[in-house]
Ligand binder design. Structure first.
Ligand code: NAI
Length: 749
């Protein structure tokens, strides 16, 4: 037996038509589980004639006799506001409305009068409306409400002699689904049941032995469950009776899309009729929202006969894909014209700030786009590829951006007109889906190559087309090893803005998934997610700064895999490892400790290679540099010796007091940088070259000579900070302890 723990203490329930049948059962059950119940019933006949207070009174007496709280209301549901008023007067609130009242006026459609039609609509539809209209503002204000409407199999499927009743009952399903959407944000849930129970309504219709098994008490528990505060079910339809409970949904065939630029004739419909009505061909879906219902229609917007007819057919009638034919397809180029404004907008979209003048100020002499801007001119071209034509079944909601490769051939002008032409690189058959790589070549007005993109997409449900599983390796840049096991050579951390996606989309990716909470929900996301190419840009910006000195000619190409999605506002941490002419990197969302970009690298060229450490030196670049050219190296050695000279207790006390990891990015006169850390957060403290093993709390950028002055006590940390000679990122307050740290440890020398 399940525990009897679904309680309704303190809740107030209105049950309409609760004088008998199902309503009575609902009212008594809620009363027994602690709710205060408004027992509404007009007390008429089952065809709506007459009125009496007796029906409601008897149920109220029954609830009270069992120790429950209840009041009667004898109004018609057409006066729904009076029923709600009864609840407010007696109990001061309303939490749950069960729209159950109903009558029948069965007659064949041929003989149905307007009065019979109208009366049924009044009691079932207008009645439910009136009660809910009065309760709704109360629900919204208290941010809580549970609603059950009562439909019928007759409404869902039709029933002979019940045209009026069927139509009215299905109206309640529509009402339920829209109220579920409108109420959701205020914790108002609305579901609808199609019950089957013995009552005076059914006793004339069903045989007596069946009626005996159809107790209303076998319907009520579902109503109680759906109305409980812990239940999240919303906008759903249930069939319930004789102990059976099942959920109902829509199903739509895969259908057929006709070209939109040709006239459509009934003969066309006729010729595709088998496909239009086939639920068994494995293409049927279950749309759950208006947005999902529109997918088929939206996808057909691309179904243009003119262009498509001119191209060779890639997908055969039995769903096989001729990948070689796909690769030979040619598509129209897309022109992208842009100005400095677009460059600034893009740079802002990937987190550039007002102080990054070379990225946000067109008059700055180093002004230009972060090289990852290369994805922007090519985006529309990639999107213009008619996936429906090259894949066996294509649904845009099933598409995930898997990988991105971008090669810069010539740095981007700050304004200009670029032309991008897409082509199919490969389509791989992964069974459950396919991996389609679309290349885009971008040229400038002189026809000179500017960049090449490869967008790799995973499309769920578009596999099993008889293609190969693995693709050819397309060169060194696309084959990226996992991150090395050693500590990263550099780490850059950046908190994205809550508005990052809202800003980034203005650069051309208008997918509503990134802005519209409803569309994000359809995709299964809690909030509109950040564009993968935005995180890609943020990481690219970090590498561009760290290794290319913001010089576009040093950045050869970039390749990433999108491992997980990012929500706007999360902190991105780019870890970088230099391996020869490559910077391997990965990006982590700090808040969730999730790797969001993996298998990623940037290939360097030009100036960046001149200062390149050899492969061996790359393993410990900071240490190698520190040993030779940095005066600070000696200072750090002294601090280290100082710390080691302290007693274990003193060291622990110091860690307890400071509680912070300091990272020092030191630049010498030749412009070389070295990194050191002082960890006064973990264990007994540690000093060393390179970054600390954990994330620093504060990063201090300072000149080599300045640091020496600081460590020797000849310079004042606060003054240096105020004058800009020390730059501090992270917990600035911690940096104010720097003087103490250096002094304390030096005094032990
Ligand atoms: P019932 O006739 O026993 O109960 C309906 C109650 O509503 C009656 O007590 C009646 O006095 C009351 N009522 C009628 N008009 C009213 C009005 N204007 N204002 C206030 N109260 C009013 O019938 P039953 O079977 O319990 O039906 C309950 C609900 O379930 C109805 O909406 C019905 O359409 C629906 N339903 C029932 C099925 C069944 O198998 N019993 C099948 C499908 C739907």
């Amino acid at each position: 037996m399940a525990d009897n723990n679904l309680r309704f203490d303190g809740r107030v329930v209105i049950v309409t038509g609760a004088g008998g049948g199902l309503g009575r059962s609902h009212a008594i059950a809620f009363g027994a589980r602690g709710a205060s119940v408004v027992v509404n019933d007009l007390g008429g006949s089952h065809t709506g004639e007459g009125a009496s207070s007796r029906a409601a009174d008897l149920v109220v007496d029954e609830i009270r006799a069992a120790g429950g709280k209840a009041v009667a209301n004898y109004d018609s549901v057409l006066d729904g506001d009076k029923i709600v008023e009864t609840a407010m007067k007696a109990f001061g609130r309303v939490d749950i409305v069960i729209n159950n009242a109903g009558i029948l006026k069965d007659v064949s459609f041929a003989r149905m009068t307007d009065q019979q039609w109208n009366l049924i609509f009044q009691v079932h539809v207008e009645g439910a409306y009136k009660v809910l209209k009065a309760a709704w503002p109360i629900f919204r204000k208290q941010k809580y409400g549970r609603i059950i409407n009562t439909t019928s199999a007759a409404g869902l499927y039709g029933n002979f002699g019940q045209a009026n009743y069927s139509a009215a009952k299905l109206a309640l399903v529509g009402l339920t689904q829209t109220l579920a959407l409108e109420g959701k944000k205020d914790n108002i849930h609305c579901n609808v049941i199609a019950p089957m129970a013995a009552s005076r309504m059914t006793e004339t219709v069903l045989p007596p032995d069946m009626l005996a098994s159809l107790k209303p008490e076998m319907v009520t528990p579902l109503v109680e469950y759906l109305c409980h505060e812990d239940t999240t079910e919303n906008g759903s339809i249930f069939e319930v009776g004789a102990g059976f409970v099942g959920k109902l949904r829509w199903e739509r065939t895969g259908g057929h899309g006709f070209p939109i630029d040709k006239s459509l004739m009934p003969e066309h419909i006729s010729s595709e009729w088998a496909k239009i009505t086939d639920f068994e061909d494995g293409r049927a879906t279950h749309p759950t929202s208006t947005a999902e219902s529109m997918e088929g229609i939206m996808a057909n917007f691309e179904n243009v006969a003119g262009e498509a007819a001119a191209r060779p057919k890639v997908v055969s009638a039995d769903g096989k894909v001729d990948v070689e034919a796909a690769k030979s397809l040619t598509f129209e180029p897309e022109v992208f014209e842009y100005s400095e404004r677009d460059v600034i907008l893009y740079n802002l979209g990937i987190g550039a700030g007002r102080k990054d003048l070379h990225l946000v100020y067109e008059n700055n002499e180093a002004f230009g786009a972060v090289p990852t801007f290369g994805v922007i001119p090519s985006f529309t071209a990639m999107n213009s590829v008619p996936f429906g034509e090259i894949l066996p079944s294509f649904n845009p909601m099933m598409l995930l951006h898997g990988e991105q490769y971008l090669e810069i051939i010539k740095p981007f002008p700050t304004h200009g007109k670029l032309t991008s032409t897409p082509y199919v690189v490969d389509i791989l058959d992964k069974g459950k889906g396919c991996v389609a790589t679309i290349g885009v070549k971008t040229v400038d007005e002189n026809g000179d190559d500017i960049c090449i993109n490869e967008f790799t997409m995973f499309i769920r449900g578009a596999g099993n087309f008889g293609g190969k599983k693995e693709g050819a390796d397309r060169g060194a840049a696309t084959a990226v090893n996992q991150a090395p096991s050693r500590k990263p050579d550099h780490i850059v951390t950046e908190k994205t803005s809550e508005d990052q996606a809202a800003l980034y989309r203005l650069s051309g990716d208008w997918n509503p998934l990134h802005i519209d909470p409803d569309m994000a929900a359809v995709g299964g996301f809690e909030v509109p997610i950040l564009h993968g190419l935005c995180s890609f840009g943020v990481a690219g910006k970090h590498i561009f700064k760290t290794y290319c000195n913001n010089n576009a000619t040093s950045f050869k190409n970039i390749k990433v895999r999108f491992a997980k999605t990012v929500n706007p506002g999360e902190t991105l941490e780019t870890s970088m490892w230099r391996e020869g002419n490559k910077v391997l990197f990965q990006v982590r969302v700090v808040e969730r400790d999730a790797i969001v970009i993996s298998n990623a690298a940037v290939e360097l060229q030009g100036e960046a290679l001149k200062s390149a450490p050899s492969a061996a030196a790359a393993a410990a670049p900071a240490a190698a540099a520190a040993a030779g050219d940095f005066k600070s190296a000696a200072a750090f050695e002294q601090i280290k010796t100082g710390i080691l000279a302290m007693s274990s207790a003193d060291r622990q006390a110091q860690v307890k007091k400071i509680k912070g990891i300091f990272q020092f990015d030191i630049t010498n006169d030749e412009g070389k940088t070295a990194t050191y850390h002082i960890d006064l957060k973990n264990g007994e403290g540690a000093v060393g070259s390179g970054p600390a093993s954990a994330k620093p709390d504060v990063v201090i950028s300072v000149k080599d000579s300045t640091f020496v002055d600081l460590a020797s006590g000849t310079a004042n940390a606060q003054k240096l900070f105020m004058s800009g000679a020390i730059k501090v990122k992270g917990q600035v307050m911690l940096a104010t302890k720097l003087g103490d740290v250096l002094k304390a440890n030096k005094s032990k020398l």
